[in-house]
Design a protein around this ligand. Sequence first.
Ligand SMILES: NC(=O)c1ccc[n+]([C@@H]2O[C@H](COP(=O)([O-])OP(=O)(O)OC[C@H]3O[C@@H](n4cnc5c(N)ncnc54)[C@H](OP(=O)(O)O)[C@@H]3O)[C@@H](O)[C@H]2O)c1
Length: 380
Amino acid sequence: MVSKGQKKMSFLRRVKTKAAIPYNAMMMVGVRVFIAKYLPRQKLKTADLTGKLAIVTGSNVGLGKATAQHLAEMGATVYMVCRNLEKAEAAKQDILKAVPTASLHVIQLDTSTLENCRKFCEDWAANGGKTIDMLFHNAGIGCPPDLDNPFGPDGFEHMYMTNFLSNFVLTHGLERFFAPDASVVMTSSPGVYVADFSRDFAKQSTKDFMEPGYHYAKAAHPKPAYSVVYSSGKQMQLIFAKNLMTKWKAEGKGYVAHAYNPGFADSDFFSKEGVKTAKRKDDPIWWLLTTLKSPMPPSEGCKTGVMLSIDKSKKVTDKAGRFWDRMKWRSSPVDLYNDDFLGRMWDRWCLDTGIEWSMHPQESTTVSKASVDESVTEKN
Ligand SMILES: NC(=O)c1ccc[n+]([C@@H]2O[C@H](COP(=O)([O-])OP(=O)(O)OC[C@H]3O[C@@H](n4cnc5c(N)ncnc54)[C@H](OP(=O)(O)O)[C@@H]3O)[C@@H](O)[C@H]2O)c1
């Protein structure tokens, strides 16, 4: 069945999309990482962002810091939302050296628990609930901080919580402060082409457990590499962007959600234990990226994300919810998912976060409730 806001893909477009997916995968996963440093510089148009407010998570280093700097240069007030206040203050001073007029604020947030993310939203409200024009979900890790324990404080696989579920909780909690044309931008990755979900993953919340076909591709069972687990969360960001667009279009809201690929960018990401120590046979993706010496600077990698947040032309907004790379939208496996699967994902995120948030406005909260009931039945 075709839900509101989504047209059925024509046969021809489906064939074209199917052909484009392996091509894009090869270019992004197989070719561009080798030559990232040598790729032509992308032209980032500037905009006058005076009076606009941006939140950027994980903005004390790497892509997040570079994003904050681009936005500050254009006049935006930027909230640097980071887990380590000392590092964030140092990053703020760095940006101020380059952009003395920058309006920067630092707020602490560790995205590895649901409670931290919820509290962030409550505090935002308590502190006046300023209008948000741009929300960047950028904080991310490529392996759990404790390599002996894949699960975070809430019992969720660490990368799933830190890199993805936090996006869900923060978007839900902050939506009421969005400007009418607000942009939500998620730093995704070519992992979008690596992830592979089974169509029948559990409709129940699983803690202290990683589910093959959901947390990682079933084919990787029983020892999924960190890069494979990471990729699932990165594809979820894209599915989330697509689902948000379905929801917001149906609600007549003017917000846009995008997921983008920054390309292979030089950052601390690759110097974390577990990523930098990856062995070729255990985790060929992390091994390859840490072995290659060809990343581009983060200020280049983040350009597509910055462009998506400031370009309100129809060329960009009409393609919200698609996967963006080097300033263009690209076909991805998510284009082929049907409504049932997309809704199933949404319901699972509601269950995992405990949030009642309907993807289809007319259904109110009954979707997630129905799923809870069903999961209980499945379990018995
Ligand atoms: N670099 C690439 O080639 C590449 C490619 C594709 C996608 N990405 C994505 O780009 C995003 C930014 O990564 P990056 O390359 O710029 O790496 P990075 O330099 O390591 O930056 C990651 C940021 O996320 C923060 N972070 C990590 N765990 C957090 C937590 N629990 N709570 C709050 N903040 C947390 C880090 O804070 P600390 O400094 O305190 O650790 C840091 O600010 C990530 O989502 C990553 O998956 C990167």
